[in-house]
Design a protein around this ligand. Structure first.
Ligand code: NAD
Ligand code: ZN
Ligand code: ZN
Length: 401
């Protein structure tokens, strides 16, 4: 089959590789109909996540048709399913308390050393996301093997098209959990750093949860415009002092909750960020956390800090004093996607959530390398790329130039 494979920093290729096979009785094989490139994939593309090997198949946002099932799979051939990005067994302690992205059984023992050393506990398995998370082949391919297929995939009705439901695999629940972790109250002012797909879905979720005011921060005009269309006020961090603007917009008190939807590759020209860029380049596991640092300083005392942005290593000059002295609450984590899929699917069906507005480009799988390059280098107009293995040639972009 054809699949998008990682070969090094900024080097991804579509190669012919072996077809996946059923390995365990709970497996299913899915023929991919749609798959997306995530901001998290950019961390792999940029080479800042360790434990990638040349030839690894990327992709953790995907959906398709069930074509083969193991003896214990509860899926049936022909069903259309969306697959959550964390791989979870459904039976361990963490799965039972719906902390699916902390599953204890989905990362094979021989892959656990690195995360156990770095984080104190082994990570769960994630599709297409390095050998630290199990070395599973991802879904930016024609076919993928889905372990624990009786737990993760959700069957979607035929009257919803792929683009309405694809993002249930990751970014829609991620934006939702980010807003939930911000513990939004009706009178709240909430600030969201980053207007990528995760930030935009966090804005949409915060509004759906009843926040009085949502303020979105980025430096890309088109992405800021998308946030305004959702009902947010915006701050361009290139042209405004973010903390000053937030103080003004929150009546001098500071915002009640902050959401870091930027993660470990924060842009910015403050001196500490320039140091972080240099440290990250030499591969010592240093995260660029300037958006998170700014968020912690900008939130009001007693406020809440929600961090959907991915971090992998260590960061310097973390404002621990501000976190403690202001009495802040911090919640974070890889999304427990399986916990949210059913409810969010119902909201899509009822027309309460739209997921399609941020798709800017649709490309055949063969053009995936172009998709990665542009999603990285033309972030403003390439807001979200959907790859379609069966597609002949690129259709014109919708929703942006
Ligand atoms: N927790 C999870 O389970 C989960 C799931 C999906 C994605 N993520 C993470 O969420 C983050 C965002 O993902 P995405 O797909 O939206 O990525 P993206 O790269 O498309 O968007 C990031 C946005 O942040 C903006 N940004 C950069 N520095 C900033 C700063 N200092 N202040 C304000 N904005 C800034 C960029 O301009 C960009 O628009 C990534 O770290 C990704 O890995 C986490
Ligand atoms: Zn993702
Ligand atoms: Zn489990």
């Amino acid at each position: 089959m054809r699949a998008l494979t990682w070969h090094g920093t900024h080097d991804v290729r579509v190669d012919t590789v072996d077809d996946p096979e059923i390995v365990n009785p709970r497996d299913a094989i899915i023929r991919i109909t749609s798959t997306a490139i995530c901001g998290s994939d950019l961390h792999l593309y940029d080479g800042v996540i360790p434990a990638m090997k040349p030839g690894d198949i990327l992709g953790h946002e995907f959906m398709g048709e069930v074509v083969e099932t193991g003896a214990q799979s509860t899926l049936q051939k022909g069903q259309r399913v969306v697959v959550p990005f964390p791989i979870a067994c459904g039976g361990c302690f963490h799965c039972r308390i719906t902390q699916f992205s902390c599953c204890e059984n989905s990362n094979p023992v021989e892959k656990q050393d690195m995360s156990e050393t770095l984080y104190g506990f082994p990570m769960a398995g994630i599709f297409g996301y390095s050998h630290m998370t199990g070395g599973y082949s991802g879904g930016q391919a024609e076919y993928v093997r889905v372990p624990f297929s009786d737990v993760g995939p959700i069957v979607v009705p035929d009257h919803l098209d792929d683009e309405q439901v694809l993002f249930l695999s990751d970014i829609l629940p991620t934006g939702w959990m980010a807003a939930e972790n911000a513990q939004i109250q009706p009178d709240d002012t909430v600030a969201v750093w980053g207007c990528g797909p995760v930030g935009l879905f966090a804005v949409q979720s915060a509004i759906a949860m009843g926040a009085a005011k949502v303020i979105a921060i980025d430096h890309y005009p088109h992405r800021l415009e998308l946030a305004r269309q959702l009902g947010a006020e915006t701050i361009n961090f290139r042209t405004s002092d973010v903390r000053e603007a937030l103080m003004e917009m929150s009546g001098g008190i500071g915002v009640d909750a902050v959401i870091d939807a930027v993660g470990m590759e924060s842009h910015g020209f403050a001196i500490d960020n320039m140091f972080d860029v240099a440290k990250q380049k030499i591969g010592i596991g240093a995260d660029r956390a300037s958006a998170l640092k700014q968020a912690i300083l900008a939130v009001r005392p007693g406020g809440r800090v929600s961090v959907p942005g991915v971090y992998g290593g260590m960061t310097d000059k973390f404002p621990l004093g501000a976190l403690m002295e202001k009495g802040l609450e911090l919640r974070t984590g890889q999304t427990h996607v399986q916990r949210y899929m059913k409810d969010l699917l119902a909201m899509i069906e009822e027309g309460k959530l739209d997921t399609t507005f941020l798709i800017s480009h649709r490309l055949p799988l063969e053009q995936a390398p172009e998709g990665y390059r542009n999603f990285k280098e033309q972030q403003d107009s390439w807001t979200k790329v959907v790859l379609k293995p069966g597609m002949e040639s690129a259709a014109p972009a919708r929703g942006s130039a």
